[in-house]
Design a protein around this ligand. Structure first.
Ligand code: GZL
Ligand code: ZN
Length: 328
C-alpha cells in the first residue's frame, strides 16, 4: 500500500511540476496606457489632429488611450492631467491651449514618474525637464512665409511702398501658434512703415467668433486691403462677413485674405482665389507621438523637439487632384 501511495505522490508532483513548468500562455501583450489632454474641437485643424492621435494611439497599435477634450479651457486640461496621474498612466500627452500655467501639474506628473510629451503648441516652463519631448510646427516660419508672399505679391502688382491696411485676426491668446504668427506680422509691419494694422481681433481660432468680430468691425471701417487670419476657420468667418458687407475677396481690387492651416476647405477657397495664400500647419502628429513613446519604451532618449513638414499654397498651386490627395 505504502509503495502505491509513494508512486501516486511522485506522479502528482511530476504532473504538478509539468503544469507550472509549462510555458505559461503568453499573457495578453500589455497595452501602453496613455492619457491625452486635447485643447478642444475649435477648428478643422483640431479635429484632424484628434483623428490622427486617436488612430496612432489605438489598441491595435498597442495602446490604451485615455482621451480628454478640454473644450478650450486650461482648467479642464489641469483636471485631466491630475486624473491621468491618479489613474497611473504610463505616459501623458499634452496639447497645451496656452504656453503658461503648467509648472505645478507637470511637477506632479514627474513626482509620479510619468513622462510627459507635448504635442502642437509649446509650453513655457522654468524647468524644460518637466517634459520629455515636443512634436509641433514652426509657427514663426509659417508667418514669415505668409509675409514674404505678401511682399512679393505687392511687388508683382507694382504696389511696393503703397499704404496697406491690414485686419489682423488672432488665434487663442497665449497659444504658441498665436504668439509666433503674430510676431511674424508685427516684425513685417516694423519693416514696412507704410503697412498699418487697422485692428487686432481675438478670433480664438473659431469661425463664429471671427465672423462676429469682422462683421462688427466693418460696420465702422471698410478700408481693408489685407486680412491676416491666424487659422482657416477664422478666415471662413471673415470671408462670410466681408462678402455680406459687399466686399469681394481675392483677385485685383478684392481683399487679400491670408490664412494658416491649409485644411481642404481652405485650399478649395484658395483654388477659387478667395484665399490668396495659405501656410500649411500639419495636424498629423499621431504617428510621431506614437514613435516617441515606442522610443521611450525601448529606453531610448528622443529628440527634445521635432518639427513636422509643412507646405505653402497660393491660388495657382491648388488643383482638384491636390484636394483629393489631402488627408485633411
Ligand atoms: C496650430 C494649432 C492651431 C491651429 C488652429 O498648431 O495650435 O490651433 O492653427 C487650432 O486651427 O485651433
Ligand atoms: Zn515697405
Amino acid at each position: 500500500m505504502k509503495r502505491l501511495l509513494q508512486v501516486m505522490l511522485l506522479l502528482a508532483a511530476v504532473l504538478g511540476l509539468g503544469a507550472c513548468g509549462r510555458e505559461a500562455a503568453p499573457a495578453e501583450k500589455r497595452l501602453v496606457r496613455v492619457g491625452f489632454s486635447q485643447v478642444g474641437s475649435e477648428s478643422s485643424w483640431r479635429k484632424a489632429n484628434t483623428a490622427s492621435m486617436t488612430a496612432a494611439l489605438s489598441e491595435e497599435e498597442g495602446f490604451e488611450l485615455l482621451f480628454d477634450n478640454a473644450k478650450q479651457r486650461q482648467e479642464n486640461q489641469l483636471l485631466a492631467i491630475r486624473n491621468f496621474i491618479q489613474q497611473d498612466v504610463d505616459y501623458i500627452v499634452l496639447a497645451p491651449i496656452a504656453e503658461s500655467g503648467w509648472d505645478d501639474v507637470l511637477q506632479e506628473a514627474r513626482d509620479a514618474g510619468i513622462p510627459v510629451i507635448i504635442a502642437d503648441r509649446m509650453i513655457d516652463v522654468q524647468d524644460r525637464d518637466l517634459y520629455v519631448s515636443r512634436v509641433g510646427s514652426d509657427f514663426l516660419k509659417e508667418g514669415q512665409q505668409i509675409v514674404r508672399w505678401l511682399e512679393r505679391e505687392l511687388e508683382r502688382r507694382g504696389e511696393t511702398g503703397k499704404p496697406l491696411r491690414i485686419l489682423h485676426i488672432q488665434g487663442t491668446d497665449g497659444a504658441t501658434s498665436q504668439l509666433l504668427r503674430t510676431q511674424a506680422l508685427e516684425e513685417a509691419v516694423k519693416a514696412h512703415p507704410e503697412w498699418e494694422i487697422a485692428a487686432r481681433l481675438p478670433g480664438e481660432y473659431t469661425e463664429a467668433k471671427s465672423y462676429e468680430l469682422v462683421r462688427d468691425f466693418l460696420r465702422t471701417d471698410r478700408d481693408i486691403d489685407v486680412v491676416y487670419s491666424e487659422n482657416d476657420n477664422m478666415s471662413f468667418g471673415a470671408i462670410r462677413a466681408l462678402e455680406e458687407a459687399g466686399l469681394s475677396c481675392g483677385g485685383d481690387g478684392g481683399v487679400t485674405v491670408l490664412s494658416f492651416d491649409a485644411v481642404r476647405e481652405a485650399l478649395r477657397l484658395c483654388m477659387e482665389g478667395k484665399i490668396s495664400a495659405c501656410a500649411e500647419c500639419n495636424p498629423l502628429h499621431g504617428p510621431r507621438v506614437a514613435a516617441l513613446i515606442r522610443q521611450l519604451e525601448r529606453g531610448e532618449t528622443p529628440e527634445k523637439e521635432t518639427f513636422v513638414e509643412e507646405a505653402f499654397f497660393e491660388t495657382g498651386d491648388v488643383t482638384e487632384e491636390l484636394l483629393r490627395s489631402r488627408e485633411y
